[in-house]
Design a protein around this ligand. Structure first.
Ligand code: ADP
Length: 274
């Protein structure tokens, strides 16, 4: 598992990440969620080994990664724009790492086919990236990241470049693909819907610090403070008589002291969570 202890990254004048403690268990998907400028990309880059730590440590299965360069960490990084090789077919993009490792052609082809099936692009192997939609390109990028069999997948706002409708669909697929492949993943995003749809656990980040970490449902139900609640997009809160009427209308048993928060949900309907 990944373990961050007291991780601090400071630039000349800015402390971008401050004393962050965080773990990502094997097979878990954790989203670091926070507004632009809160330090989440710096945190991700530090985990990838692209940013040096001012203090603290990052370890994998108890082994400190301080002296391990990016390419030796066994992590894969996937960005917003996928960064595909435009002159290579989908299959060659996905099989790039295996070919570099010198695996036999038939083996590479079989693995690529499996990965394309996993991301819902079976039969797309001979297409060129420019003939694909934005969502399809991101699926190819995901397949390529998974091809390297990373022990940890790092995702930097993986769906942010897509339009809203596609984002919703791909978020659900991304979760399913990560779960089906048993991938351990750390994602950073400013988009709460993306975080909640894809991750098992969410860590809220503000001004370089983590302010709350927990299971998705737990963070949703109990934001640590008013700022967190607002950031999580709670649009309205009903209490007392109003809450009682909503419970009754939903056919739920009456409960005293309950408050109901209403926010837009990923499926475009009204999502409510008591
Ligand atoms: P986020 O990903 O949440 O938008 P970043 O990690 O990109 O936030 O940035 C966090 C803070 O660190 C910002 O104030 C940003 O200006 C600063 N920062 C990021 N990278 C550098 C850098 N290479 N040099 C100086 N300051 C930086």
């Amino acid at each position: 598992m990944l373990e961050l202890t007291g991780v601090t990254v400071a630039f000349d004048r800015t402390v971008a990440v401050e004393s962050v403690d965080l773990t990502v268990a094997d097979g878990a998907v954790l989203a670091v969620l926070g507004p632009s400028g809160c330090g989440k990309s710096t945190l991700l880059r530090a985990v990838a080994g692209l940013e040096s730590l001012t203090s603290g440590s990052i370890a994998w299965d108890g082994a400190d990664l301080g002296g391990t360069p990016t390419h030796r960490r066994g992590f894969a990084l996937m960005f917003q724009d996928g960064q595909l090789f435009d002159h290579l077919t989908v299959a060659r993009n996905v099989g790039y790492a295996q070919r570099l490792r010198g695996l036999p052609r038939s083996e590479v082809r079989a693995e690529v086919d499996d990965l394309l099936t996993l991301v819902g692009l079976a039969g797309f192997g001979d297409r060129l990236p420019r003939t694909l939609s934005g969502g399809e390109r991101q699926r190819v990028a995901l397949a390529r990241s998974l091809a390297a069999k990373p022990r940890l997948l790092l995702l930097d706002e993986p769906l942010s470049a897509l339009d809203a409708e596609l984002r919703v669909r791909l978020a659900a697929d991304l979760r399913q693909i990560l779960t089906a492949s048993g991938t351990t993943a750390l994602m950073v995003t400013h988009d709460q819907d993306e975080a909640f749809a894809v991750a098992d656990r969410v860590a809220l980040m503000r001004s370089g610090r983590l302010v709350q970490e927990g299971a998705v449902a737990e963070v949703w139900a109990h934001p640590v403070d008013e700022e967190a609640r607002e950031f999580l997009g709670a649009r309205r809160r009903f209490t007392g008589e109003e809450a009682a009427r909503i419970l009754a209308a939903a056919g739920l048993p009456p409960e005293s002291g309950v408050s109901i928060v209403v926010r837009p949900s990923m499926d475009g309907g009204l999502g409510t969570k008591p």
